[in-house]
Design a protein around this ligand. Structure first.
Ligand SMILES: [Zn+2]
Length: 359
């Protein structure tokens, strides 16, 4: 049964990888109209030329999908390229990876050398280029679950206060301190992943260690999850969808020292819908009498989160197409093909209540 139709969503944080993975990963995101494609390839994307050729590879696989590109902040970005950004509609921002913080971040910025990049931030402010931040320190001395909090306190607030006109996105917000930071400052927003809305650290350890729930920033406590959920449910425009879907082959995830990353691309819209359904019932307490997603006001909030707030922040038009949401259960597959290997999705084998198709 079709219950609603909303503007086609955007994924404001996506890892497509490259090489033989690409034919699969691009297809998995095809329910989205556009996505911000993260530049952490090997070597990373640090020039407009590289971004353009990566974009063309993606477009060759699915010309109906609009990849919005980013550069990877390090010394290799030529400053004279920054002034070209405003004329290139598909080039949306620059991503800051603290070195050591996540996949292929060894090319990233050492937090001790962040001030070197202040001259870049000044130009980004001038040309209205958003700074997308993986907001974590990677020091052994810092507790794993406090990496985001410490990065915000020691490194992000100084940047935020020194460059008040710089647009900043705290990517994949994972903590209540992250939520507070985003709410405290203008021109500051956050992407929100399905895993940070639906999982806590119990899901990493309950019944034995689960490597498929390991991502960075790591999923945290119930309090952190609730802080993020509250902003999304109440419709705060600073918080919008960005899946951080990050495929790693199954055999690597299930090995010793498995890499960080949760794969959700093909089911992520349905995961967000499930979140609204599961958590909205107690939050929107006046709608308990019927199926929550049949309520117009709830659907409007979902549409804002998935299809409008991110576009508003980046100054993009809304998508023309729509997706139709059906009350139709389906089981999440145990695995998806990934090049010559397979990848295990988030919540493999679980049943979700809704599904959607491009209208
Ligand atoms: Zn990411």
């Amino acid at each position: 049964m079709k219950i609603a139709e909303i503007i086609q969503p955007d994924d404001f944080h996506l890892h497509l990888r490259d090489g033989i993975y690409l034919k699969h990963t691009v297809t998995y995101s095809s329910k989205y109209a556009r996505a911000i494609i993260m530049p952490n390839l090997k070597p990373p994307i640090t020039s407009i030329e590289q971004a353009k050729s990566y974009r063309n590879e993606i477009l060759n696989i699915n010309p109906d999908f609009n990849p919005l590109m980013t550069l990877y902040l390090n010394q290799n970005i030529k400053k004279e390229e920054l002034k070209k950004f405003p004329d290139i509609p598909w080039l949306l921002g620059i991503k800051l990876y603290p070195s050591g913080a996540t996949t292929h971040s060894d090319y990233g910025v050492k937090v001790s050398e962040l001030e070197y990049f202040y001259s870049y931030f000044e130009l980004m402010e001038k040309y209205n280029i958003p700074l997308l931040v993986h907001g974590e320190v990677a020091d052994y001395e810092v507790d794993f679950f406090e990496r985001e909090k410490v990065f915000i306190e020691n490194h992000l607030i100084p940047i935020r206060e020194k460059f008040p006109y710089l647009k900043i996105v705290l990517e994949h917000v994972s903590s209540k301190e992250g939520v507070e930071f985003v709410n405290q400052y203008d021109l500051t927003a956050a992407t929100v992943t399905p895993q940070h809305l639906l999982l806590t650290r119990n899901d990493l350890f309950f019944g034995g260690i689960n490597p498929h729930n390991f991502c960075l920033p790591i999923v945290k406590t119930q309090h952190d999850k609730e802080a993020i959920a509250k902003e999304v449910l109440q419709g705060n425009p600073k918080f919008f969808a960005g899946t951080d879907s990050a495929p790693h082959p199954k055999h690597k995830k299930e090995s010793c020292c498995g890499p960080a990353g949760i794969f959700s691309a093909p089911i992520s819209i349905e995961l967000y819908l499930q979140f609204f359904d599961d958590y909205g019932k107690s939050f929107y307490n006046n709608y308990t009498d019927k199926d929550l997603l049949e309520n117009k006001e709830v659907i409007n909030r979902i549409e804002n989160f998935l299809s409008k707030f991110g576009a508003d922040f980046y100054g993009l038009e809304y998508n023309k197409k729509t997706i139709s949401i059906y009350k139709q259960e389906f089981s999440i597959p145990e695995e998806y093909p990934l090049g010559n290997e397979t990848v295990v999705p988030m919540w493999a084998g679980k049943t979700l209540k809704y599904t959607c198709y491009i209208s």
